[in-house]
Design a binder for this molecule. Structure first.
Ligand SMILES: Nc1ncnc2c1ncn2[C@@H]1O[C@H](COP(=O)(O)OP(=O)(O)OP(=O)(O)O)[C@@H](O)[C@H]1O
Ligand SMILES: [Mn+2]
Length: 398
C-alpha cells in the first residue's frame, strides 16, 4: 500500500485539479439567466479539468430532462457509420440518441471485428457511469429512455428518415434510417410494438461557441481486416510517441493511459480519434466520446487495449489509487457500478457477466502496473508520485 493512504480506500480519490476555475463561463465571459436550461448550466460550467464537477446537482437535472422532456425535433446525425438521431427538446438542448438493437445478453458476434460490431445503447449508458465512478468526468452525461416510436419518432420524422419507417410482419413499428453500416430493411430497428429503448447523450456546446479539436489516437487500430497497426508489432512504440507533441510534455500521454484503462475495463477496442476543447489549449483532458462498442464480451479480456499502459509503463498516481480502492476497498467496482446504474430508468443496464468482468479487469490492470514497477523505478512509472509521497510523508501517513 505504498501508493495510497488508508482514507483513500473508502472515498473517491481526488487528483489535484488545479484549474477547476478555468471554465467556459469565465473564458467566454458569459453568465446564466434565471431560466437557464440544464444544458446551458452544463455547458458553461465545463472546465479545463473536467466536463462537470463532482456532485454537481445540475447533472441529475440534465439526465432527468433528457429522459422526460418532450422531443421537439428529430433528425439523423450526419457522418457517423451507424444510425444515430439528433434530438432537440422544446426548451432548447440537444441529445444524441442511439437506439437499442439487441437484448443486453447478446454479445459481439464471434466473426465480427471491433469495427463491424454493432453499437449498444446500454454501453453508452454504462460507460458514462464508469467514467464518473473512476473520477474522470470526461464523458458527457448519458441516460436511458423508453421511446414511443409512433408519437416521438414517426410523428416528427421528415424526408429520407421518414421514408425508412415500416410495419414488420410481426406488426412492430420499425425504421432503419440512412447510414453506411446496418441501415437497411434487414437490420431495421423495431419496437415492441412501438416502444423502443434508447440512450440519450447530452450534446456538448456548439462548436461555434466552444471549439473542439480532433486528434488521431496514436494507438489507433488498423480498421482493416488483414492489417495490423505499428504499435501491435513494435513494443518500443511508446518511445516514438513520447517524442511527439503533444505527448512529449504535460498531461496528454497520461490522459490517454487513463483512457486505455477506462476502455479496458469496458472492453472498448474502438478508439480511433479523440477530441479536446481547444478553448482550453492543449493542457486539457481528452473527451471520452463514443463508447457504443464497449461491453460486448464479458468473458474476454482484450489485453491489447492496455497497450499504452504496458508499452509506456506510465500511470497517474490517482488512477492507480482508484484501482487499488476498487480492488481492496469496501466497495468493489462492480458494486459501485450496480448502485450507480440502478438510478437509470432502463436499469438493469448490463448483463450480469459484465460486473464480474470489471472486477477481474481491475485486478489485471493492477498486475500490469505491478509488472512495470518490477522493471522501473516507481518515480518513472507513477506520475505525481514524488509530490504525493513528499506531502504524505510530511503528514506522517506513509
Ligand atoms: N455528446 C455529443 N455532443 C456533441 N457531439 C457529439 C456527441 N457525441 C458524438 N458527437 C459527435 O458525433 C460524432 C459521431 O459520434 P459517435 O462517434 O458516437 O458515432 P459513430 O457512428 O460511432 O461515429 P464513427 O463511426 O465516426 O466512430 C463524434 O465524432 C462527435 O464529433
Ligand atoms: Mn464510433
Amino acid at each position: 500500500m505504498k501508493y495510497i493512504v488508508p482514507a483513500e480506500l473508502s472515498r473517491p480519490v481526488q487528483g489535484h485539479l488545479r484549474e477547476l476555475d478555468v471554465t467556459v463561463m469565465r473564458l467566454r465571459n458569459v453568465s446564466l439567466s434565471e431560466d437557464a436550461t440544464s444544458w446551458e448550466k452544463f455547458h458553461v460550467s465545463i472546465s479545463k479539468e473536467e466536463l462537470y464537477h463532482e456532485d454537481d446537482p445540475m447533472i441529475d437535472e440534465l439526465l432527468q430532462d433528457m429522459t422526460s422532456l418532450e422531443f421537439y425535433n428529430i433528425s439523423q446525425k450526419e457522418g457517423g457509420t451507424q444510425l444515430k438521431l439528433v434530438i432537440e427538446f422544446a426548451p432548447g438542448g440537444m441529445a444524441m440518441l442511439k437506439p437499442m438493437r439487441f437484448p443486453r445478453e447478446q454479445e459481439t458476434l464471434p466473426n465480427h471485428f471491433y469495427f463491424t460490431d454493432y453499437e449498444r445503447h446500454n454501453a453508452e449508458i454504462a460507460a458514462f457511469h464508469l467514467d464518473r465512478i473512476m473520477g474522470f468526468r470526461r464523458a458527457p452525461p448519458v441516460v436511458g429512455r423508453l421511446v414511443n416510436m409512433t408519437t416521438e419518432l414517426y410523428a416528427l420524422a421528415t424526408g429520407e428518415l421518414l421514408r425508412t419507417f415500416f410495419i414488420s410482419p410481426a406488426q412492430n413499428l420499425c425504421f432503419h434510417g440512412k447510414c453506411s453500416y446496418y441501415c437497411d430493411t434487414g437490420h431495421a430497428i423495431c419496437g415492441h410494438p412501438d416502444q423502443m429503448e434508447a440512450s440519450l447523450a447530452a450534446f456538448l456546446p456548439d462548436k461555434e461557441f466552444v471549439p473542439r479539436k480532433t486528434w488521431r489516437h496514436p494507438w489507433r487500430r488498423s480498421y482493416h481486416k488483414r492489417k495490423k497497426a505499428q504499435w501491435e508489432e513494435d513494443d518500443q512504440y511508446c518511445d516514438q510517441v513520447r517524442q511527439l507533441p503533444p505527448y512529449n510534455e504535460g498531461r496528454r500521454l497520461v490522459d490517454l493511459i487513463d483512457l486505455a484503462i477506462f476502455d479496458f475495463l469496458a472492453g472498448n477496442m474502438d478508439r480511433h480519434h479523440y477530441e479536446t476543447l481547444s478553448l482550453f489549449g492543449n493542457q486539457t483532458f481528452p473527451i471520452h466520446l463514443d463508447q457504443g462498442r464497449a461491453f460486448g464480451r464479458p468473458n474476454h479480456d482484450e489485453m491489447s487495449i492496455l497497450a499504452p499502459l504496458y508499452q509506456c509503463c506510465l500511470v497517474r498516481r490517482t488512477t492507480l489509487a482508484t484501482l487499488l480502492r476498487f480492488h481492496h476497498g469496501p466497495f468493489r467496482l462492480s458494486s459501485l457500478m450496480r448502485k450507480s446504474l440502478a438510478r437509470d430508468p432502463l436499469d438493469p443496464i448490463l448483463a450480469a457477466g459484465h460486473f464480474d468482468a470489471m472486477d477481474r479487469r481491475v485486478a489485471i490492470t493492477l498486475r500490469v502496473i505491478r509488472h512495470c514497477l518490477s522493471r522501473h523505478e516507481a518515480d518513472q512509472v507513477i506520475v505525481g508520485f514524488a509530490d504525493w509521497k513528499d506531502k504524505n510523508s510530511k503528514m506522517g501517513n506513509l
